[in-house]
Write a protein that binds this ligand. Sequence first.
Ligand code: 5GP
Ligand code: ZN
Length: 149
Amino acid sequence: MSCLFCKIIDGTIPSTAVYEDELCYAFADLHPQAPVHLLVAPREHIATLDDTDPADGALLGHLLWAVSEVAREKGLASGYRVVINTGPDGGQTVDHLHVHLLGGRPLIWPPARSTADTKRALPMEAPSCLAFIPAYAGCCAYSSSSSIP
Ligand code: 5GP
Ligand code: ZN
């Protein structure tokens, strides 16, 4: 299996685990977009949310419960965001279903419509490394919804 997340789940590629059970594995995102940025993935390889069917309902519910459990363990009592990027327009870059858990700071809504929007929303003093924030991360702390037209 050449899937990156399958290799992370089976331990071939190292990761920082935060929760695991017989159905899912939760680990720290390599490029965190918030103080808490975790990924919860099913152990079973399912490429995208679009590849699920009614038989996956219980698994999908379990993934969301696991996210809430991890959020409680991380002390995100003031809230957090749950994201499932799906397909190219959804900004999915790893084709193994996973749920993003973002928290630890206020998150803007709605997300930026494009990478250009996100870059426009960056304040001048923002470090240049933040220019590579993907469009889906319009929730970035350095964005301001008031500056997005
Ligand atoms: P997607 O863009 O598919 O919704 O999310 C994929 C996520 O996987 C991204 O947030 C990216 O930072 C993260 N990621 C990519 N490669 C690795 C890796 O090797 N290890 C970990 N822990 N996260 C990764
Ligand atoms: Zn996989």
